[in-house]
Design a protein around this ligand. Sequence first.
Ligand code: GAL
Length: 690
Amino acid sequence: MSQRREHRWPRPLEGRKARIWYGGDYNPDQWPEEVWDEDMRLMVKAGVNLVSVGIFSWARIEPRDGVYDFGWLDRVIDKLGRAGIAVDLASATASPPMWLTQAHPEVLWKDYRGDVCQPGARQHWRPTSPVFRGYALRLCRAMAVHYKDNPYVVAWHVGNEYGCHNRFDYSEDAERAFREWCEARYGTIGKVNDAWGTAFWSQRMNDFSEIVPPRFIGDGNFMNPGKLLDFKRFSSDALKAFYIAERDALAEITPGRPLTTNFMVSASGTVLDYDDWGNEVDFVSNDHYFTPGEAHLDELAFSASLVDGISRKEPWFLMEHSTSAVNWRPVNYRKEPGQLVRDSLAHVAMGADAVCYFQWRQSVAGAEKFHSAMLPHAGEDSQVFRDVCELGADLNTLADNGLLGTRLAKSRVAVVYDYESQWATEHTATPTQRVHHVDEPLAWFRALADNGVTADVVPVRSDWDGYEVAVLPSAYLLSEETTRRVRDYVAGGGRLIVTYYTGISDERDHVWPGGYPGSIRDVVGVRVEEFAPLGDDWPGVPDHLDLDNGTSAHDIADVIGSIGENATVLASFRDNPWTGMDGRPAIVANTYGEGRTVYVGARLGRDGIARSLPAILGSLGVDTADTSTADLLRVERVDEATGAGFTFLFNRTHGTVRTTVEGRPIVSSLAECDGTGASIEPNGVLVLKH
Ligand code: GAL
């Protein structure tokens, strides 16, 4: 495993105090220079202290091959700096100019049918192209040389959301690089054949030259799962190698300046293995866009907690989120009153020491003109801008009260998240297309919150085995290494919850045989003989199964054939006898070594998990559940040295929630304290210092 880089955070401008960084993407090249002065005035009014500049400015900075125009960028950076606003400066390589792709169409990526991605948007380049790499690194060096001593540039923003549009490339360059990647990972073609199970369907290869990317194989056919999984690993690694080359080109010239690139961690997407990428940045930064509807706050908190896990509890940077609507969904819902401030403070609660938006000033032209911004089309006299100003003041209040330097407190419970399990469960030849890894960690996070527990979302390679309770939620791939950690954790006294669809395969996606979950059957004390998917796509098929604890399973249940001798059944299925499920164990407790486990052999959904949790935690001997606080999401940031800290209370409901108050209220939005406690309105938040 790679070594982590030392955590390095952007330093404040000369003569300025350390603050929570606050601002957004700033695209001054979309505006006449007269507008810049108004931008500075309004940024200062809003409390903005940092902007990201130049992300999509390649064509403006290098208008012709090898000809640079830094004049405009110098002028705007100077204006910003003099206004006290620091710059997170882009490598500017995210969107190559027309002259480059016309001279070198061989840098454009190809889709799985061989169609070329044409210029016209952004990220139309292939990460494995030596030609593109040459141009991009030349620009990185030119930027680094020009801005080496600029006192206002406090960080490098390398690329932008790598893989957002060019995650998979099936070009000739990609083919060559994929072969090299396979050779580096496996050494011999025999090992690749083993890993990919090429004895199946006559896919055996004689030589690395017979390896091709998983290109079009005909609709309705099924790609080799081992190869597809490795292609996802390769694609993450290919972009990472490109990022590292850019990073190192910059770092060689400006070694003192911290570097980052913005990840896209959210419950809905798994473009790259961000936990692996977390090794390669000086500080972790993330872009998060809210999920509309009832999961909004919970999904945000879940994703932000995962970012905190990727950052190994070091402060992290919220590089982008939105003040209100995005523009890229079929229906782009605006934020409700209060959500602008609440969402940002929820990221802060989860460990962010920087709050930035896409983008500062809303565009009037281009594909993102209907995307919200800090300064909307309506201008300064708007609720959005007033909220942006309120938030700027709140963030300063938090910093003045000592929030910087505190960390998200460690929870008692870790919900494990695994990028590779997600990738493997996306395959199209599985027991059911309704079950992927990603849904289950979020359901557990929410159900735990319903029981008063704010869990930590912890990447599988991190320290989940250092928690009092760990949940392995549909962790489909269990490598030999993770298997060993699971066994050691429970043997040594850990409390482990394991769900259906966990430990099905090893890291090559070869099934662990003998009954599921093959490599940890004895640890959890169950032996699953078959999957029982549930659906509604044929008349008369089972769409749910009831359990005797009052919950029901949807989408999938396990056919548990037998349980271990120390195991006890916490809940069973109740169904018609002819289905063969009636009376079978559904939730099973076990002891192993010094530890205890509970196996949940069905998808119960957030509500079913929440209702089952008191019994599950009880049988693990953990006294944590408290449903009386379910209406609030409670998050603590603490200073480990002094014990001082902050409690963030978020209303999870659509009604006003009353709560007691322990500590001194320092920031609130849609919340009010009185003699006996506090009332927090929907979308409200209260921050207490203690
Ligand atoms: C991000 C991207 C930004 C902007 C934003 C809109 O993916 O980095 O440049 O496009 O989305 O939501």
